[in-house]
Design a protein around this ligand. Structure first.
Ligand code: C2E
Ligand code: CA
Ligand code: CA
Length: 429
C-alpha cells in the first residue's frame, strides 16, 4: 500500500502543506507492519531565535522555505514511498519504506542538511540555519509512536552535544560523516575512471513539438552504492572541495557530446554557487566551449535564485561575460522559494524555467493556472522565453501551450536518457 493513501486533508499543516504528526504516526504503523522503515527527524534548533529576531512571520517564512527544500529534495532523490511531515514547530520527519542501506540513509540525511543550510533571505538579510538530524531504522512491527519516541530522544541528545549534527538513535552507527567521507575519497577516482555519467533530458518546442535540445543531468554509477543522484553527488563533491572539478568534467563531457548533434539543437547546463565561487567561471566556460567545439550561441546555462543569493555580484559579472559571447542564461526552479525580482532586472536573462511545482496542478487548480498566466505574462513583458519542466500529462501540456510557453521537458515525452538514445532522437530531426 502506498503511503500517500493515508493522507487526509484535515491532517495537513496549514502553513507548510505537509502532513502532521498524527498522519505520520499512522504511516509509520503501516510501514512498520509491512516490513521495512527508515526515518530521520530534522530539527531547526535556531527557529526560536529567528522568531525573536524577525517576528513570527519571519519564522513562518523560514518554515515554509525549509519544507519546500525538503520536498524538493525528497522528490528528486528518494522514491515515491517516502513520507514528509512536520511533526512539531521546527521539526520535520522524513521516512522511507525503500530498503536503503544505513550508509545511504545517512548520506541522504547529510545531503538534505546541506540543502537546508544553504542561505535564505528574510527581510533582505541572509540567514543560514544548520539543522540537526536524528536517524533511525525501525524494528519489524515497531509502532509509529515508539519509533517517533526514539527519534525524539536522539534529537534531544543531539541538542545537548555541541558539534554533532547527525546521530543514529540506536547508537549503532559509526560517527557522523563516515558515509560521505568514504564517498569523498571515491569521487576523485570516479572522475578519473569516467564513472560520472551525463544523461540528457530532451526539450521540445511547445508549439511544433519539435526536438529543441537537451538539459545535461549528472549521475554517479557507484560500484557499491549504486546510482547516486545529482544533488548527493554535488554534496559529496562539496565536502571535498571538488565541485569545480566535477562541474568542469560534466561541462566538457556534455559539450563534447552536444558538438555531435545537428546544428539547431541546444544544450542546457546546470551551474551552482560553488562554480561561481572558484574565480574565473566565464573564462573556464570559454575554455571548455573552445575545447569541445560547441558554438556558444547554442548553450544555455541554468542558474537558480539560490545561486544568486550566495554571491550576486560575482554571478552577475560572470553571466554578463558569458552573455557577451552569445551564451543564453535561464533562471531555473523559478516560482519557488523567495523570488528575487531584482535578478530579473539586473541579470542578462533569456529564459525563465518554471519549477515543476508550478506545473503540477495547473490542470486542476484554477489558482495555479492564474499564477502560471501571470508568470508567462511577466516573462513576455521582459522579453524572456518560458520553459516548463516536469510536464507529465497532455492536459498540462495543452494549458502550457495556451498560456504561451515556448519550450517544455518532462516525463510525458522523455525523462533523462543516455547520450546514444538522445543522438538517435537528434538524428531524426
Ligand atoms: P533541475 O535542474 O531542476 O533538474 C530537473 C530534475 O527533474 C532532474 O532531476 C530530472 O530528472 C527531473 N525531472 C525531469 N522531468 C521530470 C518530470 O516530468 N517529472 C518529475 N517528477 N521529475 C522530472 P535530477 O537529474 O535528479 O537532478 C536534480 C537536480 O540536481 C537538478 O534539478 C539540478 O539542480 C541538479 N543537477 C543535476 N545535474 C547537474 C549538473 O550536472 N550540475 C549541477 N550543478 N547540478 C546538477
Ligand atoms: Ca536545471
Ligand atoms: Ca529545475
Amino acid at each position: 500500500m502506498d503511503g500517500t493513501v493515508l493522507f487526509t486533508p484535515e491532517d495537513r499543516d496549514v502553513l507548510t502543506g505537509l502532513v502532521g504528526v498524527d498522519t505520520a504516526r499512522v504511516w509509520l504503523d503501516v510501514a512498520g507492519n509491512a516490513g521495512f522503515v527508515q526515518a530521520m527527524l530534522v530539527s531547526l534548533q535556531r527557529l526560536q531565535s529567528v522568531n525573536l529576531a524577525y517576528g513570527m512571520a519571519g519564522g513562518d517564512r523560514v518554515l515554509v522555505e525549509v519544507a519546500r527544500r525538503i520536498e524538493h529534495f525528497v522528490h528528486g532523490e528518494m522514491g515515491p514511498q517516502t513520507l514528509v511531515a512536520r511533526t512539531a514547530g521546527g521539526e520535520f520527519l522524513v521516512a522511507s519504506r525503500q530498503a536503503l542501506s544505513r550508509e545511504r540513509w545517512q548520506l541522504l540525511a547529510e545531503t538534505l542538511a546541506r540543502a537546508i543550510t544553504r542561505p535564505l533571505m528574510i527581510d533582505g538579510e541572509r540567514l543560514t540555519l544548520a539543522p540537526r538530524t536524528a536517524l533511525l531504522r525501525g524494528q519489524p512491527g515497531e509502532p509509529g509512536a515508539a519509533l517517533l519516541d526514539r527519534l525524539d530522544q536522539a534529537a534531544q541528545a543531539l541538542q545537548r552535544s555541541s558539534g554533532r549534527r547527525v546521530l543514529w538513535a540506536d547508537g549503532s552507527h559509526p560517527a557522523r560523516g563516515r558515509s560521505a567521507a568514504c564517498l569523498e575519497g571515491d569521487l576523485l577516482g570516479a572522475l578519473h575512471r569516467d564513472e560520472i555519467a551525463v544523461l540528457f533530458q530532451p526539450q521540445f518546442d511547445i508549439v511544433t513539438g519539435a526536438l529543441a535540445g537537451a538539459e545535461a543531468l549528472a549521475r554517479w554509477e557507484h560500484a557499491s552504492f549504486g546510482r547516486i543522484c545529482a544533488e548527493t553527488l554535488f554534496a559529496v563533491a562539496d565536502r571535498g572541495d571538488h565541485v569545480a572539478q566535477l562541474s568542469r568534467h560534466i561541462a566538457l563531457r556534455s559539450l563534447t557530446v552536444a558538438a555531435t548533434w545537428p546544428a539547431p539543437l541546444r544544450l542546457s547546463l546546470n551551474v551552482t554557487a560553488e562554480d561561481f565561487a572558484v574565480g574565473d567561471f566565464a573564462g573556464q566556460m570559454r575554455h571548455v566551449l573552445t575545447e569541445s567545439g560547441f558554438a556558444p550561441e547554442r548553450l544555455t546555462v541554468e542558474i537558480t535564485e539560490q545561486t544568486l543569493i550566495t554571491d550576486f555580484e560575482a554571478c552577475a559579472a560572470a553571466l554578463r561575460e558569458l552573455a557577451d559571447i552569445g551564451v543564453s542564461v535561464a533562471l531555473d526552479d523559478f516560482g519557488t522559494g523567495f523570488s528575487n525580482f531584482r535578478a530579473l532586472k539586473a541579470l542578462p536573462l533569456d529564459a525563465l524555467k518554471l519549477d515543476r511545482s508550478l506545473v503540477n496542478d495547473i490542470a486542476h487548480d484554477p489558482r495555479d493556472r492564474a499564477i502560471l498566466s501571470a508568470m508567462t505574462a511577466m516573462a513576455r513583458a521582459l522579453g524572456m522565453k518560458v520553459i516548463a519542466e516536469g510536464v507529465e500529462t497532455e492536459a498540462q501540456l495543452a494549458i502550457l501551450r495556451d498560456e504561451g510557453c515556448d519550450l517544455f521537458q518532462g516525463f510525458l515525452r522523455y525523462g533523462p536518457v543516455e547520450a546514444e538514445a538522445f543522438a538517435a532522437l537528434a538524428a531524426a530531426v
